[in-house]
Design a protein around this ligand. Structure first.
Ligand SMILES: [Zn+2]
Ligand SMILES: [Zn+2]
Length: 209
């Protein structure tokens, strides 16, 4: 046995894989564009997820023939929860394990009787924690982008954040964690562009998977 070769192999196998979360089995993710999202943006989401979570992202079209769904999608502002609930009921094949919808329309989580200021719009929404369906709006991201927070990075971070919900993570208050949003009014945590799941959330994932 060539000792040199053995040592090289040993080093290779002991080298830690930096992808997180490590124990999670492979996830199949379907990305669907509902409105105004380009192939380039879809690829940013795909690469942002695949470089972080174990699994693969595929693109699909969704035939949106249901009248209720259509009328919800035609609104100027999309109400995330009613849309996702209705989609699950009528349009979404149950075999699609994790599905992320993309739109460039305004997205909100609560029906508000007054103007839709940026404050009430959300970047994304997941149906439940854990869950199978989430929606991301590029609208707020495009308005938030800056030199320090370029659009493509905000999009990647949002996709990883929503996927975090789908695999079982709630929001957390750990500084620098991907699941820390800084709340509705404070975007500092979100815009710091730290893309990693923090130690607390990672421990939770390790206990689940
Ligand atoms: Zn969230
Ligand atoms: Zn966390």
């Amino acid at each position: 046995m060539n000792l040199g070769k053995g040592i090289v192999l040993l080093i290779f196998f002991c080298y830690p894989v930096t992808k997180a979360p490590p124990q999670l089995s492979r996830i199949q993710v379907t990305v669907i564009s509902l409105h105004g999202v380009s192939m380039k943006e879809k690829i940013i989401v795909k690469e942002g997820l695949e470089s972080y979570y174990p699994g693969e992202v595929i693109f699909k079209e969704l035939p949106l023939t249901n009248g209720t769904v259509q009328s919800m999608l035609n609104e100027e502002v999309i109400y995330a929860k009613p849309l996702l609930d209705t989609l699950k009921k009528h349009s979404l094949p149950s075999t699609w394990s994790k599905t992320i919808l993309l739109t460039d329309k305004k997205l909100t989580v609560s029906k508000l009787p007054f103007e839709y200021s940026m404050k009430y719009l959300v970047r994304g929404f997941a149906e439940s924690v854990p869950g199978n369906l989430a929606i991301i709006s590029t609208y707020k991201l495009k308005h938030e982008q800056s030199e320090n927070a370029p659009y493509h990075k905000l999009l990647i971070k949002t996709a990883r954040h929503e996927m975090g919900h789908l695999i079982g993570l709630h929001h957390c208050n750990e500084t620098g964690c991907l699941m820390n949003t800084g709340g509705f009014n404070n975007n500092v945590q979100f815009l710091d562009l730290d893309y990693k799941i923090g130690a607390k959330c990672q421990n939770l994932l390790d206990s689940i998977y």
